[in-house]
Design a protein. Structure first.
Length: 270
C-alpha cells in the first residue's frame, strides 16, 4: 500500500497551513494525501450548541474539497466524515493506515490553557497514533530537516510505528538532535542510547547530536530549545499511559503542542 498522510481540514487558516506543510512533506516521502473534512452533525456533539462549528452545506463542502484537491501538486483523495472528529479520524485511520495524521493548530494566544480543548489532544487520547501538529503561523516551502527529538531518558519502544518513523526521518534526510531536559547534569551517552536502541537512527546519514537543557519543567526546557534558528521540527516521544484521563491536557505533550512555534510530531511509545 502506498504511503499516505491523513490531513484534517475545515478550510480555515490553520488547516490550510497544515495542508501546505503536508503537501511539502508528500514529495520526499512519495506519499499521497487523504484530505478529510468532518461534518460535525451529531446531536451529542457539545459544540453544536456553542455556534463554533461550520454550517457548510453538503454541496458547499463538496465544492470546497474539489477546489482544494484540484490545486494540489500531489495525489489526493478527499473524504467527508461525520460526527465527532476523533471517531471520524479513527475510522479513516483504520481504512487508510496513514504514516501520519496531520492537522493545524489555531491561534490560542488569548485563551488560557485550561480552557483549550484541542482536536489534537482528543484524537491522541482516543486513537494514539503518529500525529503532526502545524501551528497556524507556520509558512514553509521546504520539508523539515533539522529535527529536535525530545526524550525523557528512559528506555522506550515505538512498537508498530517504529518503521514508519524511521522511514520518515530517513526520507527527509534529517539532521537529528536528541534533547534531554534535566534538573541537573545527565549522562548524554545513556540518553542517546535509549534512542539508538529503537532503530530510529539506523539509516540516517548525518551524525546524531545530543543536547541537554537544565530546567525544572520538561515542557519549558523543550520550548526553550525548539527555536526556528536551530530547528524545523520538534518530535515528542509520548508514552501511551500519559494519554489516559483528563490529566493528559496538563501533560508535557499537551503544553508543547499548545505553545511550540515549530511543527510538533508526536510519536506514541511504550
Amino acid at each position: 500500500m502506498a504511503t499516505s498522510l491523513l490531513i484534517l481540514t475545515d478550510f480555515f487558516q490553520a488547516s490550510n497551513r497544515a495542508l501546505d506543510y503536508a503537501t511539502n512533506l508528500a514529495g520526499p516521502l512519495g506519499a499521497r494525501l487523504v484530505l478529510l473534512h468532518v461534518r460535525r452533525d451529531s446531536i451529542i456533539d457539545p459544540e453544536m450548541f456553542t455556534g463554533e462549528l461550520s454550517n457548510l452545506s453538503k454541496e458547499a463542502i463538496a465544492l470546497a474539497l474539489s477546489t482544494v484537491s484540484g490545486n494540489l501538486s500531489v495525489p489526493v483523495v478527499a473524504e467527508v466524515g461525520h460526527g465527532r472528529v476523533a471517531s471520524a479520524v479513527a475510522d479513516a485511520v483504520s481504512r487508510h493506515h496513514p504514516a501520519l495524521i496531520v492537522l493545524g493548530r489555531p491561534d490560542y494566544t488569548d485563551t488560557p490553557d485550561e480552557l483549550v480543548q484541542t482536536t489534537a489532544l482528543d484524537i491522541l487520547r482516543t486513537t494514539p497514533y503518529p500525529m503532526l501538529v502545524v501551528p497556524h503561523g507556520v509558512a514553509t516551502v521546504s520539508p523539515p530537516r533539522r529535527v529536535l527529538l525530545a526524550v525523557d531518558g528512559e528506555p522506550f519502544t515505538l512498537g508498530e510505528y517504529a518503521g514508519a518513523a524511521r522511514h520518515l526521518l530517513t526520507d527527509l534526510g534529517a539532521e537529528l538532535t536528541v534533547l534531554h531536559v534535566a534538573k541537573d547534569a545527565s549522562d548524554a551517552d545513556a540518553v542517546l542510547d535509549t534512542v539508538l536502541r529503537t532503530g530510529l537512527t539506523t539509516d540516517l546519514q548525518a551524525l546524531v547530536r545530543t543536547r541537554t537543557v537544565a530546567a525544572a519543567n520538561p515542557a519549558t526546557g523543550i520550548l526553550q530549545a525548539a527555536v526556528s534558528d536551530d530547528f524545523d521540527l520538534v518530535v515528542l516521544i509520548a508514552r501511551q499511559r500519559s494519554f489516559l484521563g483528563t490529566l493528559f491536557h496538563r501533560s508535557v505533550t499537551a503544553h508543547v503542542l499548545l505553545h511550540s512555534s515549530l511543527p510538533v510530531l508526536v510519536l506514541p511509545a511504550k
